[in-house]
Design a protein around this ligand. Sequence first.
Ligand code: ZN
Length: 415
Amino acid sequence: MKQSKLFGKTTKEIPKDETSKNAQYLIRGGFVDKSMAGVYTYLPLGKRVLTKIENIIREEMDAIGGQEILMPALMKKEDWQTTGRWDIDVMMKVKTFFDKEYGLGWTHEEVVTPLAKKYARSYKDFPFSLYQIQTKFRSEKRAKSGILRGREFSMKDLYSFHTNEEDLDKFYDQSKNAYFKIFDRVGIKEKTYLTFASGGDFSKYSHEFQTLTSAGEDLIYICDKCHIAVNQEIIEDLENSCPECGNKKLKEEKAIETGNIFKLKTRFTEAFGFKFLDKNGKENIPLMGCYGMGPSRLMGTVVELSNDEGGIIWPKEIAPYQVHLICLGDDEVVIKEAEKIYESLQKEKIEVLYDDRNESAGVKFKDSDLIGIPLRIVISKRTMENNSVEIKERLSSDTEFTSLDGLVGFVKDRI
Ligand SMILES: [Zn+2]
C-alpha cells in the first residue's frame, strides 16, 4: 500500500474527551475514527489489525471444533422474555414506527438455543459448538475507555452443547487452552491470568481471562505460585486465599477482562424446552457452555500494553503491515529503487506500507513510530551510495544495513 493513497491520516488532534491511551494512539495513528462516545469507525489500518485478530481467534476456535455461523444482531423480544432478560440494563432496544420492539444483541443465547433445538434432536447430534464474530451492542452508562469498552463492538461468542457433564468439562478445558493460544499470538499472554469468578446458580466458578493494565477497571488478586487470579467479587468468599493452593499472599492488580467462559448447563436449554433423545430413547436436557472474547477489546488492550512515547509497537502477528518502507528525499534514482523494492516485496507476498509521500524525514519517522509496524526499511541517497538500505526494528533503537541484493531474503528472515 502506498501511503500517499492510504485513506486516513496521522494527526496530532484527538477529541478532548478521549482520555484513554488506546483511543489516543489509535486516533492519532489513523487506525480508528470516533463517531460518538463508545462508537468508532475502523479505518483501513485499524481494520487490517482487527481482521488479523479475528482470524487468529477463528483459527483457534476452528481447531477445537467450533463451527462458524452468523446470527442476527436484531433479536426477538419474545425470546428475551422467555429467559427473563428483556429488562436487563445493558440491553439496547429499538422501536419501529409501528411500535414493534426488538433487542440488539449483547449476547446470543436467545438466538443460538432455539437454533440448536431446531437441528439437534438425538444424542448422535452432540456434542457441537457454534460461534460467530459479530457486532454487539451494549448500553454503557459511560464509555470512556476507547475501544476497550464500546457501545458497539466486535465480539466472538461460542456456544457448546453437550449430552453430559463430563463432555462439557472436557470442552471447557480445551477452550481455556485455546484462549491462551490466542493471547500468546496477539502478544499479551504473559500479562493474562486465568481468573476465578462467580459461577452463578449452576457452577461453583466461571472463569475470566484478565490482562494486567492500568487502564483496567477490574481488581484481581494474583497467586504468583499458580499464575492464576481471583476476581474481586468472590475474593471474600475464598477468605482472600488462592482456590488452587490456599496461598494467602495474593497481589492486588488492576486488569481488564479479555475473555470469559461460563458453564451455563441447563439455564437456557431448559428455558426454551430444548430436549434430545438419549441412547435409551429417553428425553434429556442438553448442557451448554458459552465462551466470549472481544477482538476490538483485544486490539485496545494490545495498544495499552505495547507502546512507547513515539506510538504503538504492534506484535508481528497483528501488525497492520509487516514492513514499513520509507523513501527519503526526492532523488529520482532513489525513488526508482524504492519502487523496485516495494514491488519485489509484494511479489513475495510480504505486506508493505510504502511511504512514498513528499514529506521530510522527520515527519516520516515520527509517523512510522506512531503507526508501529515492526520492521522499518529506509532507503535514501546516503544508503544508495553503499548499495544498501537501513533496517530498524520498531522495538529496538539499533539500526543496521543490508545490501539491496539480499534485502528480500533478509526481510523474510525477520518477519
Ligand atoms: Zn495458588
